[in-house]
Design a protein around this ligand. Structure first.
Ligand code: SF4
Length: 410
């Protein structure tokens, strides 16, 4: 049984027709300074105000300029006349029996509020020693991985850096992660002062972020990069880069830049050890086959035993789960500091795949383990609310064709 809270206080609101003030959420520090200069501040003052705003937005989670107590009243008004501190609307919040939370968030197009809004899903997975937020990078996905529910939803648009960060900020608010926030009363499932997201002595509900929600992050590279650099900035949300994982299905040309410019942990959605099978399960493999992908992994900047790549491997009955597959996996990964996450397949309506049996998964894990690779079997989380891996899909595709054309051509 799961609990669904309907928080849709905005769905019936009239669609805005006037252009909106621009949002400060998701701007880099130089962009924030530029925005301040744009309303007439000199360089010194723009720098000072940008740093105050950064602190209010990312450390204190403030969404109202009026609460910025170290900024004079008159200037608070100027800020609110010119800017917004946008967060997504919450359409729904579902809580699984295992404590997993799934939010359906709604965004309006930042440049054109007359376009229909889009919706995406974000998932929070609490564990005893950590709390992981699974963040989306796109509305839908261009890739059509055949085991993935999101892959059946065509790409509507990329999320902006502010919209990616908005998921983290909104989840932090709902989980009481900002100063003075109240932790939800859920029988201790949401980590209290247990996990550490960054610095020593720091405690928060969200300790880890994985870019594994809807979409292929490396097909929205610039926005994902900007959002993750902001999320890991020590003067703000301050999540350690070792606690942020960027997951890709294998967009080879962006793997090296991601390591060099973003520097987070890397996960690869591998799922098959032969090109013919991977072409079918993860069709981007036709463009960037296994050899190219694994070469990019071998040369991933900063790769070491302390900074291993995670290979995600979904266990599909009679498709990719034989002893021979496990042995080939070990052979392919030879020389790459790696961890292999075995993911029992999470069914969704209309899929043709079945999950491998527990005995088969155990046998597969043994072979990989005996070769010296950690190969934890991921416990499915939030299945009852369709929040588990590969199950995310929003309702944006229910838009009329005219709305969808407007969004994709915007
Ligand atoms: S697995 Fe990732 S890349 Fe593949 S279809 Fe699903 S969301 Fe897109």
């Amino acid at each position: 049984m799961s609990i669904a809270l309907n928080l849709d206080h905005a769905s019936n609101a009239a669609r805005p027709t006037t252009p909106r003030r621009s949002s400060l959420v998701g701007l880099s520090k130089p962009q924030l300074r530029e925005a301040m200069a744009g309303i007439g501040l000199d360089e010194r003052e723009a720098k000072m105000r940008a740093s105050q705003l950064w602190n209010w937005i990312y450390v204190n989670g403030v969404t109202d300029f009026e609460r910025m107590s170290n900024i004079q009243k008159g200037f608070r008004q100027t800020l609110s006349d010119n800017f917004l501190l946008d967060r997504p609307e919450i359409v729904s919040e579902q809580i699984s029996i295992d404590g997993t939370r799934k939010w359906l968030f709604r965004y309006r197009d930042p440049k054109n509020p007359n376009l229909p809004p889009v919706e995406i899903e974000t998932v929070y997975i609490p564990e005893s020693d950590r709390g992981t937020l699974c963040v989306s990078s796109q509305v839908g996905c261009t890739l059509t991985c055949s085991f993935c529910h999101t892959g059946t939803q065509t790409l509507v648009r990329n999320l902006t850096a502010g919209e990616i960060l908005g998921q983290i900020l909104m989840a932090r608010e709902r989980l009481g992660d900002f100063p003075g926030g109240v932790r939800p009363d859920d029988g201790g499932l949401v980590p209290g002062p247990r996990g550490s997201g960054g610095s020593e002595g720091d405690s928060r509900a969200i300790t880890n972020v994985v870019m594994m929600g809807m979409g292929e992050p490396l097909y929205n590279y610039d926005n994902v990069k900007q959002a993750l650099l902001i999320a890991s900035d020590e003067a703000g949300i301050s999540l350690s880069k070792r606690r942020i994982t960027l997951s890709t299905s294998g967009v080879v040309p962006f793997i090296e830049p991601a390591g060099r410019e973003i520097g987070t942990m890397l996960a690869i959605s591998l799922h098959a050890v032969r090109d013919d099978l991977r072409d079918m399960l993860v069709p981007i493999n036709k463009k960037y086959p296994l050899n190219d992908l694994l070469e990019a992994c071998r040369t991933y900047p900063g790769l070491s035993n302390a900074r291993r790549i995670t290979f995600e491997y979904v266990m599909l009955k009679d498709i990719n789960d034989s002893d021979a597959d496990a042995r080939e996996l070990v052979r392919l990964l030879s020389g790459i500091p790696a961890k292999i996450n075995l993911i029992p397949f999470n069914p969704w309506p209309g899929t043709n795949y079945d999950c491998s049996s527990s005995a088969r998964i155990e046998r597969f894990a043994d072979i990989v383990n005996n070769a010296g690779y950690a190969s934890p079997v991921r416990t499915p989380r939030g299945r009852d609310i369709f929040a588990a891996c590969g199950q995310l899909k929003s309702e944006t595709e229910r838009l009329t064709k005219r709305d969808r054309d407007a969004l994709t051509s915007a």
